[in-house]
Design a protein around this ligand. Structure first.
Ligand code: ADP
Ligand code: MG
Length: 402
């Protein structure tokens, strides 16, 4: 059982470091989707109401341990202020003089936000001593840690893991809710149980297939990762996203699926484009004919085709439990958003538990105009929820467990 913040009621005078996942999509400094900020509000409000002095912190993007202004959390501080309807002090560093000053001037019920944790290379260092050093400095800003950044609980990072060992630490309301839903998916999922995978983090996601196969009835694959699977079937995928060094591993997955009696459902048709842009010329071809599109070897698969979308939707409709992570295509471009829309639509219409996981998948659902209420649950974490479903121990959760 995770230690819960529900057990903390009077926090007056206490400085609470709140690890959030404010890794929101930005477009030239503008927040494109504030879903992750809104997901943190119940915990923040709970802490404010308990009289805590809240020092929120997060990462944003991958600034690779350097101060890069385009990854500043300043726009998040501003949005948080609007959503909370109270001032948020923004510290322009994490363990420096600004952060220390903010932690000192906060009053009961006040909120501050630190700058991007990943501006320091120590946050994500492979060296545990370096992470411990950063965590030590962070710990001086607070008395208690509340861990609510579900999207990072699968990472052994300073603010997620080492800091939770140094301070009395508790799971926030968001982490609690996420774990509750994922637990119901793993413990005893209603069958048929289908997992739909897509998106662009190809190697990360290929690796999960092996661990998911023994748990599911069907695995549907689209998005950027599908081309490595199609290549493993012997098809030429032209200029589509491909991890050639994973092909042998993928062949192993096919063999494993067959021996387990699990069906891996691949698209039968693909929308192939002349290039990676919103108005690129495009045509639908059979999934084994990608290199024979009119763009030849320059063609890039940017979405699953309409026939595949129909098949995916009908498999989803016949399932009682579906977990979906990763868009089926480049949904940010209207022309290549249809496969993602069809899958999202099918999830909203199915009879049973539908769970969407992943930052971009959650954004896609909102950007395409679906109501969040139409899904069983929208998880803020893609990698974290996948690893949970694979049965892996997540360091950021283990450290909060008695
Ligand atoms: P999530 O955040 O939901 O886990 P990912 O980060 O893995 O998902 O992937 C999301 C991205 O995948 C989107 O930005 C989308 O444009 C991209 N994507 C989907 N299909 C393709 C494709 N065929 N080629 C390139 N990129 C793709
Ligand atoms: Mg993503």
């Amino acid at each position: 059982m995770l230690r819960s913040i529900s057990s903390l009621d009077d926090l007056s005078g206490k400085r609470v470091i709140l690890r959030c996942d404010f890794n929101v999509p930005l477009d030239s400094g503008e927040i494109v989707d504030d879903g992750r900020i809104r997901a943190a509000l119940p915990t923040i409000r709970h802490l404010i109401d308990s009289g805590a002095r809240v020092i929120a912190c997060s990462h944003l993007g991958r600034p690779d341990g350097e101060v890069k202004p385009e990854y500043s959390l300043a726009p998040v501080a501003q949005r948080l202020e609007e959503l909370l309807g109270q001032p948020v002090i923004f510290a322009s560093d994490t363990i420096g003089s600004q952060a220390k000053a903010a932690s000192k001037v906060l009053e009961d019920g006040g909120v501050a936000l630190l700058e991007n944790l990943r501006f320091s290379p120590l946050e994500t260092s492979k060296d545990s001593a370096e992470r411990a050093e950063f965590a030590k400095q962070l710990s001086e800003l607070g008395d208690v840690l509340v861990s609510d950044g579900f999207g990072v609980v699968h990472r052994k990072q300073a603010s997620v893991y080492e800091l939770a060992e140094l301070l009395p630490s508790y799971a926030g309301l968001l982490v609690e809710r996420e774990v509750e839903v994922l637990q119901s998916l793993t413990a005893n999922p209603q069958r048929p149980y289908a997992v739909v995978l897509g998106g662009s983090k190809v190697s990360d996601k290929l690796a999960v297939i092996e661990n998911l196969l023994p748990r599911v009835d069907k695995l549907l694959v689209g998005g950027g990762m599908v081309f490595t699977l199609l290549a493993a079937k012997g098809h030429d995928v032209a200029s589509s996203l491909l991890e050639a060094d994973q092909i042998d591993t993928v062949k192993g997955f096919f063999a494993q699926a067959e021996s387990l009696g699990v069906e891996i459902v691949l698209p039968s048709d693909i929308v192939v484009a002349s290039g990676f842009s919103k108005d690129a010329e495009h045509e639908v071809v059979a999934a084994d004919q990608i290199a024979s599109s009119k763009f030849g070897s320059a063609g890039i698969g940017l979405d699953i085709g309409p026939e595949s979308a129909k098949v995916f939707a009908s498999v989803i409709a016949a399932s009682k439990t579906v977990f979906w992570n990763g868009p089926m295509g480049v949904f940010e471009f209207e022309n290549f958003s249809h496969g993602t829309r069809a899958v999202a639509q099918a999830l909203t219409a199915m009879d049973g538990l539908s769970v969407v996981g992943g930052g971009d998948s959650a954004s896609a659902v909102r950007a395409l105009g679906f109501s969040e209420e139409a899904f069983g649950h929208i998880s803020t974490g893609g990698g974290a929820s996948l690893e949970y479903l694979e049965g892996k121990a997540l360091p950021g959760l283990e450290v909060l467990d008695d």
